[in-house]
Design a protein around this ligand. Structure first.
Ligand code: ATP
Ligand code: MG
Length: 431
């Protein structure tokens, strides 16, 4: 993509209600524009990151055997009345009347709808287990939408639902998802900390919350230091669930089961939440299957959520400096920037264009900064939008036979011979 043809409306002035760094940087980098309280338009750069995150989430769901589908945003109130949540959900639910006066709502979550789909088609234990998910916008009329996309009213969530014959197999489904979650966050370069959580209004027996570490996070976490160095290739959910982790109001120094030197304290942001809630919805919405003996059994269910749009903000909270965003490679909107400092100079432009076409041919998401603007603006914009690897092409360097390669994540720079650049970049990007 040529910068001159891409829409990245970077701005200097940010609204005063942008309190936290990710919100400020997302506005500054031209990633989002607020349309009304807690509701945002995703501009091209923000949208690219959202899609990259979504894709990692999707791949790990698929790897864990979940089936992707898509349910609507607008739901009828009928099923919610049956489950008893139509009244319970309160003011967070956006209620709408259609032209015939039917009561509809903008879905804040999907337990009711999915349970109804399940019961329409599945009648035998032989078809279990099943695990279905979608990545869809939700609406919750939060009392205080704030922190940009971190607590929006309209937000993108991956939610899936597992269906099992009994508690024992439901636990297997739960652990599979637990592992998929850790893997998902590790792939984004984040450090996930899982905490045993209260089940709250969703009801049920077992629940974990997933937080990621970020110095600017809202919660304070106490946890076993082992959780900071997990190997994504050998994740054992039962072992992971046994490590100590607690939020500050649940942590008690005297009762803490691990040694002081093994205990770490950091700030965290919640990005995911999983629940096993047994037959709560299956009984109310009549999701029964026949077991081996022909007996009707209410299926055991779990639900699992990841805040896809919240992750964009959380990733920035975990990865930034005073110049801007530092995207981890796996979610970066562009992996590489080619910054031509002198578009008027024939030599610079020939070399920049040559690099651009060869990296594009390798399918590397590359931003070619071909703009006619000051050198200072070029450098600061590319740092602000957070491209992890940057090739900087200037007249003086070219005469000396070199270009600069900057690693935004390590905050380091080196001069490389013009002809070695492709080799060096390929190595850094692993292709
Ligand atoms: P919170 O306690 O933050 O309100 P929740 O318990 O209501 O979260 P869940 O219903 O478990 O959240 O939703 C699953 C995930 O969706 C959360 O872990 C979070 O990442 C995300 N999420 C929830 N509410 C919002 C919101 N208002 N804006 C953005 N993401 C959200
Ligand atoms: Mg909530």
């Amino acid at each position: 993509m040529k910068y001159s043809e891409f829409f990245i409306p970077t701005v200097k002035d940010i609204p005063s209600d942008a309190e936290i760094i990710s919100h400020k940087l997302m506005i500054k980098a031209g990633m989002i524009k607020q349309s009304s309280a807690g509701i945002y338009s995703w501009l091209p750069l923000g949208f690219k990151v959202l899609k990259n995150i979504e894709q990692i989430v999707r791949e790990e769901q698929n790897n864990a055997g979940a089936n992707e589908m898509l349910m609507p945003t607008i739901q009828s109130s009928d099923l919610w009345i049956k489950s008893g949540r139509y009244d319970d959900y309160g003011k967070e639910m956006l209620r709408i009347k259609d032209r015939s006066g039917r009561e509809m709502l903008y879905g804040p979550t999907n337990e009711e709808l999915i349970t109804d789909i399940f019961q329409t088609y599945i009648t035998s234990y032989k078809e279990l287990p099943k695990n279905l998910y979608h990545i869809q916008w939700k609406f919750r009329d939060e009392v205080r939408p704030r922190f940009g996309v971190m607590r929006g009213r309209e937000f993108l969530m991956k939610d899936n639902y597992s269906f099992d014959l009994n508690e024992e197999t439901a636990q297997i489904s739960y652990n599979k998802m637990f592992k998929a979650y850790i893997k998902t966050f590790l792939r984004m370069g984040l450090t996930p900390i899982s905490l045993r959580a209260e089940t709250g209004p969703i009801g049920g027996n077992l629940s974990h919350e997933f937080q990621i570490l970020a110095n600017t996070g809202e919660s304070t976490l106490y946890y076993d230091k082992e959780l900071e160095s997990l190997d994504p290739e050998s994740l054992d959910p039962e072992k992971l669930q046994s490590y100590y982790a607690a939020v500050d109001d649940e942590h008690d120094e005297d009762k803490c089961p691990i040694k002081k030197e093994d205990l770490k304290i950091s700030k965290g942001i919640e990005v995911g939440h999983i629940f096993y809630f047994g037959t709560k919805y299956s009984q109310k919405l009549k999701a029964y299957v026949q077991d081996k003996n022909g007996k009707k059994i209410a299926v055991h269910m779990g639900s699992y959520g990841i805040g896809v749009s919240r992750l964009v903000g959380a990733l920035i909270e975990a990865n930034h400096d005073d110049k801007g965003i530092k995207w981890p490679m796996s979610v970066a909107p562009f992996k590489l920037s080619i910054i031509n400092l002198m578009p008027d100079d024939q030599n610079c432009t020939t070399i920049a264009s040559d690099y651009y076409s060869s990296f594009m041919a390798e399918n590397i998401d590359t931003l070619y900064d071909d703009r006619e603007c000051s050198i200072g603006k070029k450098l600061s914009d590319n740092d602000l939008i957070g491209t992890p690897l940057q090739i900087i092409i200037g007249k003086r360097d070219i005469s000396a036979g070199v270009v600069e390669i900057k690693d935004r994540l390590l905050d380091s720079s080196e001069k490389i011979q013009i002809n070695d650049v492709k080799k060096v970049v390929s190595k850094k990007l692993n292709f």
